[in-house]
Design a protein around this ligand. Structure first.
Ligand SMILES: *[C@@H]1O[C@H](CO)[C@@H](O)[C@H](O)[C@H]1NC(C)=O
Ligand SMILES: *[C@@H]1O[C@H](CO)[C@@H](O)[C@H](O)[C@H]1NC(C)=O
Length: 367
């Protein structure tokens, strides 16, 4: 009796349908429940056909490329995992460990760190699958033309729109347009944060303009040039407190439109730009998001216009209309300034596996 009960329990647990035993279904095949079997009738359990079911091929697991950062730009180190935390980029295996060089799919080489005699470049021969990335964010005016680099690289990383990896903070399209932008409180008219005034870096043009400009309007100056040093924590709040901000580039080149413009845009201040022609700015920013110095015959006319806007709230507000459908995000400051370029390279290397050569980089860059 005990044995019978045990067997009953066993049957209940193993074959609740009381069907004749059948071979186990092939893996992946849907297991159908059998109909209860009636005596004198053939079992209704489907007899699995021995046809091999196609095993669905899993999506190809591409290995993440290894991207080696050869130099830390300006020695500004950061946790390479920040690509994930800050930009949600984790498409490569990013490392600064030079011992993985023979396996690296790409090597990022920061131009300003390259020795004039090229002695600190990665060793030769280069693994045949490996791509070298020319990593450079300065304008041509501030670029040392180190001989021997012309035909070494596979990819360019630059602010230039036509670089292989083009890096800048783009305006983003708003998902839910409509909510009105609140202009922050202003207690200053025009501000400028500037440290570099070395004419050797191309700053002559902007400084000359500035000197003429301040004859006609008050400018609150911050940074090394003024002796009023600004802490990074105060960068955005200071810019936000000014109606206008001088986004003057140090030198004038195509596409050389830097975070000097992104800063005021991201906090709600109207940028006054000096740099490439207005048309070039309009490749990246709506025409009514900024005031261009070239829109005026001279510095005095610009000053007069700003003073007029200061008294005409409605006209000033027009410079905020684009914010109904676009938004500017703050950029990372100082020691984090290379995080975005490096993470962008990681993303690009993963999605571009094709063969590539960057010929004559200087011909391209200085054109
Ligand atoms: C990254 O590459 C290194 C060197 O080949 C390897 O040891 C490590 O496991 C890789 N990490 C990932 C997450 O793929
Ligand atoms: C990278 O560029 C070098 C130099 O131009 C070239 O010799 C090499 O074949 C390129 N390699 C790849 C993987 O694109």
């Amino acid at each position: 009796m005990g044995a019978l009960i045990l067997m009953f329990i066993y049957l209940q647990q193993t074959s609740p349908d009381y069907c004749p035993p059948r071979p186990p279904p092939p893996i992946q095949q849907e297991t159908k429940k059998c109909m209860p079997c009636e005596t004198n009738s053939t079992p209704t359990c489907p007899v699995p056909t021995p046809v091999p079911t196609p095993v669905p091929t899993p999506p190809p697991q591409r290995e993440k490329p290894i991207v080696l950062l050869w130099f830390w730009p300006e020695n500004f180190r950061f946790q390479l995992s920040e690509c994930k935390t800050l930009f949600n980029i984790e498409s490569c295996n990013l490392t600064d460990d030079r011992s993985v060089y023979p396996k690296a799919d790409a090597v990022l080489i920061y131009h300003k760190s390259i020795a004039r005699d090229l002695s600190n470049l990665p060793p030769s021969p280069r693994p045949p699958f490996q791509k070298w990335v020319w990593f450079h964010l300065e304008s041509p005016t501030n670029t040392r033309k180190i001989p021997g680099l012309e035909n070494l690289f596979n990819l360019t990383l630059s602010y230039r729109k036509d670089a292989d990896i083009s890096v800048r903070y783009y305006l983003k399209v708003k998902k839910n347009p409509g909510e009105e932008f609140v202009i922050p409180k202003k207690d200053k008219l025009v501000c400028w944060i500037v440290s570099n005034n070395n004419p050797g870096t191309g700053t002559g043009v902007r400084y000359k303009f500035y000197q003429e400009f301040i004859k006609h309007i008050k400018v609150d100056l911050f940074g090394k040039l003024s002796g009023k040093f600004l802490r990074h924590e105060d960068y955005y709040s200071t810019i936000a407190s000014c109606k206008f901000y001088l986004s003057f580039e140090n030198s004038i080149h195509r596409d050389y439109i830097t975070e000097k413009l992104n800063g005021p845009l991201s906090v709600g201040t109207v940028p006054v730009v000096l740099g490439p022609p207005r048309k070039n700015y309009e490749d990246f920013f709506p025409s009514d998001a900024f005031i261009h110095v070239n829109d005026f015959p001279n510095a005095e006319a610009l000053a007069k216009y700003l003073l007029q806007l200061d008294k005409d709230e409605a006209a000033y507000r027009k410079y905020f209309q684009w914010r109904n459908y676009l938004t500017a995000e703050p950029h990372l400051l100082s020691t984090q300034e290379f995080v975005l370029p490096i993470c962008s390279a990681c993303e690009h290397i993963n999605s571009h596996r094709e063969y590539k050569v960057a010929h004559e980089i200087y011909n391209w860059y200085f054109s």
